[in-house]
Design a protein around this ligand. Structure first.
Ligand code: NOJ
Length: 566
């Protein structure tokens, strides 16, 4: 397997609105990030993925961009951005910008022009269609639903047509069939690369090619006029062609790190997308493990308890599916997902142990790990009393649709939001125990999680056995042991319902990873097939008795151990 810096990296994701506010307006900003660069350096990460900081009406947390080449006032200026990238580079940290080009904001000048008239030169930058020809109760051009609820089409009065928006109605989808659109995007990417960015995280990049004719989706939900149309817009017919073109025209000219966000991707498609010789990207974000706690075929809001054996199956399919063929990105949370420890661990009595166990899991798999801000101190989900305290468009749309349109019980809807709402990840970063968690001197744009007096960076910095120090150690180990980056993965004890265990092997190097995913003690018994002469513990989240043999281990709640076998 070839070595590459982006395989050896650990990425830290910053959601700028919630990271650190330097000017006391309650909104995180670029100067705030600059104040925390030494913190990032100490953590040991070497790549930052910065969620969007471009000009935006902020309908969807900045994922609705109205100018790709300028910075949102609340975040600062281009000069601040220059200072940020210089500060990162001085510390040996590279910067990935978020590339959001499946759609723009409806306030982007291209769309402002496009909606002016049917013969405007920008009309074809977006996807416009007339109503269905035959009279229908739902006259939209097709029956697709939007990810954020309701139809994926918005009627536009002046020209009497609809435009497609897979996300909010303020996020019209760009028409990638139009070569001019693609040329504009490549030019913009080149502009950022010339400014020194080290790569891109590409927002829903596998949705850019839609099936011609935009066919109606089959009915999966008979109770709704709007259906899941993913089969006609995810991994579409020209996806590879577009991405190869992007690679040829832009990416191949630089030494860049690219990660595509790719909902509905399969290991086969991912292997093709990330094939080192022939693929257009370095790695992708898959979503199968994020789907384990929702009912099959239902929306993410329909909760079902997840099972460890399913997690093992999914992760193993991805580990083996990309082995020697592509490359995995490893994540358990981001700005769209609930907090890791609340979702896959325990955010009560075993918060610290389970956060460390989950971190061990993430960092010991093959692939490039991503840490989402706050994960490194075990930040948890939040339960605000009222919907008024929530900010996310997806969450607010859900509440409106269920409570106002369908008279659902508000308390039940709030439970869904507590479990899966995106604002769980977007409460301000908890820096210390001072008011507003040290995030801002002002009331923040979204409330701080009330647990900040006990869960914060300062506290973790002074406690030697904190989650933060554990993350530092994991990152150091990655630098020391090539087997953590490059070793092949083998699952053991596939059917065990509490323990996830696997080995990583690179030539004569072998690691044994043992994780108790349960709040009860569990008995680990080493399979006979694993032979070794000596074993050395390289990390653990409890004090381990010296004399214990690894053939039989009584694991404590959420215990994690990694051994080097020789
Ligand atoms: C994925 C982003 O991560 C999410 O935050 C956003 O709402 C959608 N794409 C639309 O851009």
């Amino acid at each position: 397997m070839n070595k590459a810096w982006w395989k050896e990296s650990v990425v830290y994701q910053i959601y700028p609105r919630s990271f650190c506010d330097s000017n006391g307006d309650g909104i995180g900003d670029l100067r705030g990030i600059i104040q925390k660069l030494d913190y990032l350096k100490e953590l040991g990460i070497n790549v930052v993925w910065l969620s969007p900081v471009y000009k935006t009406p902020n309908d969807d947390g900045g994922y609705d961009i109205s100018d790709y080449q300028d910075i949102q006032d609340e975040f600062g200026t281009l000069a601040d951005w220059e200072a940020l990238i210089a500060g990162l580079h001085q510390r040996g940290i590279r910067l990935l910008m978020d590339l959001v080009v499946n759609h723009t904001s409806d306030e982007h000048p291209w769309f402002v022009e496009s909606r002016k008239s049917k013969d405007n030169p920008y009309r074809d930058y977006y996807i416009w269609r007339p109503a269905k020809p035959e009279p229908a109760a739902h006259p939209e051009p097709n029956n697709w639903f939007s990810f954020f609820g309701g139809s994926a089409w918005q009627y536009d009065e002046p020209s009497g047509e609809y435009y497609l928006h897979l996300f909010s109605r303020k996020q019209p989808d760009l028409n990638w069939e139009n070569p001019q659109v693609r040329a504009e995007i490549y030019k913009m990417m080149d502009w950022w690369l010339q400014k020194g960015v080290d790569g891109f995280r590409m927002d829903v990049i596998n949705l850019i090619s839609k099936t011609p004719g935009l066919p109606d989706a089959p009915t999966s939900n008979p109770d709704s006029p709007y259906q899941w149309g993913g089969m006609y817009f995810a991994n579409g017919p020209r996806l590879f062609e577009f991405l190869h073109e992007m690679k040829e025209k832009v990416l191949s000219k630089y030494d860049v790190f690219t990660v595509g966000e790719t909902p509905m991707v399969t290991p086969q498609i991912a292997a093709d997308l990330t094939n080192e010789q022939t693929g257009p990207l370095n790695m992708v974000f898959q979503f199968e493990h994020m789907g384990l706690d929702s009912a099959p075929g239902a929306s993410k809001w329909e909760y079902k308890p997840w099972k460890l054996v399913d997690l093992k199956q999914v992760m193993t399919r991805w580990q083996k599916g990309l082995e020697d063929r592509g490359w995995n990105s490893l994540y358990l949370s981001n700005h769209d997902q609930p907090r890791t420890v609340s979702r896959f661990g325990d955010d009560g009595p075993y918060r610290v142990e389970s956060a460390k166990m989950l971190a061990t899991f993430l960092h010991m798999l093959q692939g490039t790990p991503y840490i989402y801000q706050g994960e490194e101190i075990g930040m948890t989900n939040v339960r605000f009393d009222t919907i008024e305290d929530y900010r996310d468009v997806e969450t607010l749309n859900l509440y409106r649709e269920l409570v106002y349109d369908h008279q659902a019980d508000p308390a039940e809807v709030m439970e869904k939001i507590y479990r899966k709402g995106r604002d769980n990840a977007r409460t301000p970063m908890q820096w210390d125990a001072s008011p507003q968690a040290g995030f801002s001197s002002h009331l923040p744009w979204i409330k701080v999680n009330p647990n900040y007096p006990t869960i914060n960076v300062r506290r973790d910095q002074v406690q030697p056995d904190s989650i933060l120090h554990y993350y530092q150690k994991l990152i150091e180990l990655r630098k020391k042991y090539p087997v953590i980056v490059y070793g092949t993965y083998e699952l053991i004890l596939a059917d065990h319902e509490q323990i996830y265990a696997f080995t990583r092997t690179l030539d004569a190097e072998c690691l044994l990873v043992i994780l108790n995913f349960n709040q009860e003690p569990s008995l680990f018994q080493l399979p006979e097939t694993i032979s070794f002469a000596t074993s050395e513990l390289i990390i653990d989240n409890y004090e381990v008795p010296m004399e214990e043999t690894i053939k039989k281990i009584h694991l404590k709640p959420y215990e994690a151990r990694v051994y080097q076998l020789r």
